[in-house]
Design a protein around this ligand. Structure first.
Ligand code: NAI
Length: 411
């Protein structure tokens, strides 16, 4: 196993917000045993105290890592967001401090796609309505208005990770799939791309939205678009709350122009369990409302735990920044018979020459070098022949180079 300039048992890992135990297991399997887990999301001085001697930090969405907080974390060298978003971290400040930030963008893709498919089936059978009646003791046993999904057309808006998964699942149960995306995407199976949103709306029996929140997608489905949908069609939104005009949707459902809807995301979502959800869709028949749980499954949590822990270990053990959201991407081979110096610096002239000066002045043979820069930061990795246990002296010389943000070595 590669040795690190800070030995693994001295690398302090802190995981906040009850991150999945699989992450602790993965880190521990990789030799990182100095792990503290914290239940909640620490703030203020408690957070600063935790970070004062932490090397690796794992958080979910509630631990806020601002530039000020980062300034109080001198040893921190990478952050894992055990979730999809990374807005809770000032990722630019982290980059300037030489800290790559990792996340798990695809670990809950399947969960969202499965929920959308399940809802399509439920809505075509008018189950929400029948279930509400049955809860009230009313026995409405009828086939009227209930349909199989087989042979029906599903229109997917946004054929990215979730949209394309849904496409495969929907075809497997016999749906015909159309999709609209602003980017040219490979059609999976027999799915057919359409040139415009309007064409998709006019042809689909069910429309499922899987686009991000951008200026172009805000209120993308408003009164005009709903009017273009087929009579009795259903709408699924498990994407972002900003993309559908819920007033217009409620009106179309009340009028019976649309057959049903499933909404998982809202323009204003309650911050916690105390706050109440308010939406014009409440009380309407054949409408499924869920509290932004599209991606919330135990499987997704486990997958997120494994994926982010793996990225943190890979960066710590090998230096690869693949998958970092804020950092130049350097994919490094497995280290064999070399000592690897990792040097993160401000992107100013002359740094590389000085790094090579330090290495050549010690008669070291450079086996390979990797360099990526962006406007602010450069990341230079030098593999030199041999296992240099005395790497510390070289590291000190590298750290003395003007513009250095941080350095490590692996041997
Ligand atoms: P993705 O980035 O893989 O796919 C998005 C697709 O939308 C891309 O193919 C992109 O080209 C396309 N797109 C962007 N703007 C468009 C436009 N104006 N018109 C048509 N297509 C457009 O994203 P992914 O992972 O599939 O996620 C999709 C959405 O699902 C995101 O908004 C995400 O926030 C949301 N999501 C919701 C979850 C939940 O719990 N409900 C969980 C995970 C993701």
């Amino acid at each position: 196993m590669t040795r690190l300039s800070v030995p693994r048992d001295r690398i302090r890992v802190v995981l906040t917000e009850s991150i999945h135990p699989g992450a602790v297991q993965a880190l521990s399997d990789a030799g990182y045993h100095n792990i503290e887990t914290i239940k909640g999301a620490p703030t203020g001085s408690a957070l600063r105290k935790v970070l004062a001697d932490t090397h690796i930090l794992g958080i979910r969405s509630q631990t806020k890592i601002s530039a000020d907080v980062l300034a109080a974390a001198p040893r921190l060298f990478c952050i894992g967001c055990f979730c999809i978003g990374t807005n809770q971290v000032d990722v630019d400040a982290a980059k300037r401090q030489g800290i790559p930030v990792f996340n798990a963008p695809y670990s809950n893709t399947r969960s969202v796609a499965e929920l959308a498919l399940g809802e399509i089936v439920m809505l075509f059978r008018r189950i929400p309505e029948k279930s509400t009646l049955a809860h009230a003791g009313i026995w409405r046993k009828t086939a009227r208005g209930a349909h199989e999904v087989r042979g029906r057309t599903l229109g997917i808006v946004g054929y990215g990770h979730i949209g394309s998964q849904l496409s495969v699942l929907a075809e497997a149960i016999g749906m015909r799939v159309l999709y609209f995306d602003i980017v040219d995407k490979l059609a999976l199976g027999n799915a057919v791309p359409v040139r415009s949103l309007n064409k998709l709306l006019a042809e689909a029996d069910a429309v499922s939205l899987h686009i991000p929140d951008t200026p172009a997608t805000r209120k993308m489905i408003g009164a005009a678009e709903i009017a273009r949908m087929r009579p009795g069609a259903i709408l699924i939104n498990a994407a972002r709350g900003s993309v559908v005009d819920l007033e217009a949707l409620a009106e179309a459902l009340r009028d019976g122009r649309l057959g049903g809807a499933a909404i998982d995301v809202f323009p204003q979502e309650p911050a916690d369990g105390e706050e109440r959800l308010q939406t014009p869709l409440q009380g309407l028949t054949n409408v499924i409302l869920t509290p932004h749980v599209g991606g919330s499954t135990e499987e997704a949590q486990a997958a997120i735990g494994a994926a982010v822990a793996d990225k943190l270990v890979t960066y710590s053990d090998n230096g690869s920044t693949v998958g970092a959201v804020n950092f130049v991407e350097v994919a490094l081979p497995v280290q064999q018979g070399v000592t690897r110096f990792l040097h993160i610096h401000r992107n100013v002239p002359g740094v590389l020459m000085r790094i090579n000066g330090v290495l050549s002045s010690r008669n070291l043979n450079i086996a390979a070098q990797y360099l990526r820069t962006d406007a602010d930061v450069g990341y230079m990795v030098s593999d030199v022949d041999g296992q240099l246990a005395e790497g510390q002296g070289i590291r000190r010389a590298l750290e003395a180079i003007d513009g250095t943000i941080r350095s490590r070595f692996l041997y």
